[in-house]
Design a protein around this ligand. Structure first.
Ligand SMILES: [Zn+2]
Length: 245
């Protein structure tokens, strides 16, 4: 398995980081997990545009994880892509498709077929990918209830498996509780190092993981702990670097 972090920045834009996007090459498939702003340009830079990508998985609908999808689809349309594209979305798939029409990006004009599915079902379409719902969006519950909104608070972490290799991409999350089973004994983890309490991240030390890649920013408490712990398994995410496992 090979993966490249195309965007490791936090939700607050910064000058030197792209927003969340991860490329995974496994079992001869080319997969994108999340599509933050700037993803189309990153695909061009790495030669992953036109007919390369097989599937795009969106973990949740925060703008730094989804906003780049519109320019990716426009680019693929203008490049006259012909290969079908599977798009896995966390919730309210038909409402997302309506936004494409709103932006005059009509799937009926694409030369490729855009197949849209719930990300919860990705495992039945692509072997070796396990989605697990996490607690990232649950804090919006009161607001959603108060204003009778339709938001379903669906946010996912993803585990990718190929042979003996396994990678977990936590995406954003509040705590580790909901995803502990998929993280245990995985080879590599790409974890949101900004939102969870630093104790939750430091606890990964005892979970038989070989590489813990910290993305989305690093909280001050975690930075202090890292300096003290001096454990080489923890490393800041490197954008555009090819990792292998
Ligand atoms: Zn988020």
């Amino acid at each position: 398995m090979k993966f490249i972090i195309l965007g490791a920045g936090p939700g607050l834009p910064t000058l030197d980081r792209n927003q969340s996007c991860l490329y995974i090459n496994m079992s001869e498939r080319h997969i994108l997990a999340d599509c933050g702003e700037g993803t189309a340009q990153k695909l061009l830079r790495h030669g992953l545009d036109a007919n390369v990508i097989d599937a795009i998985l969106i973990t949740h609908y925060h703008p730094d994880h989804i906003s780049g999808i519109y320019m990716v689809l426009q680019m693929l349309y203008l490049q006259q892509r012909t290969k079908p594209l599977k798009l896995f979305l966390p919730e309210r798939q038909s409402e997302f498709l309506a936004t494409l029409s709103l932006f005059y990006t009509f799937p009926t004009r694409f030369q490729f077929i855009l197949e849209v599915y719930p990300v919860a079902e990705v495992g039945s379409h692509i072997g070796g990918i396990i989605p697990v719902m996490n607690d990232h969006l649950l804090g919006y519950g009161d607001h959603i209830h108060r204003y009778s909104l339709k938001n379903m608070m669906q946010a996912y972490s993803l585990r990718f498996e190929e042979g003996d290799g396994s990678l977990v991409y936590t995406s954003d999350l509040a705590t580790m509780e909901s995803i502990r089973p998929i993280v245990l004994s995985t080879h590599s983890v790409i974890i949101d190092a900004l939102h969870p309490n630093y104790k939750q991240i430091s606890a990964l030390q005892d979970m038989s993981i070989q590489r813990i890649i910290l993305t989305h920013g690093i909280s001050d408490e975690l930075a202090a702990w890292l300096e003290e712990a001096n454990d080489p398994r923890f490393e800041p995410a490197r954008e555009d670097y090819a990792y292998y496992l």
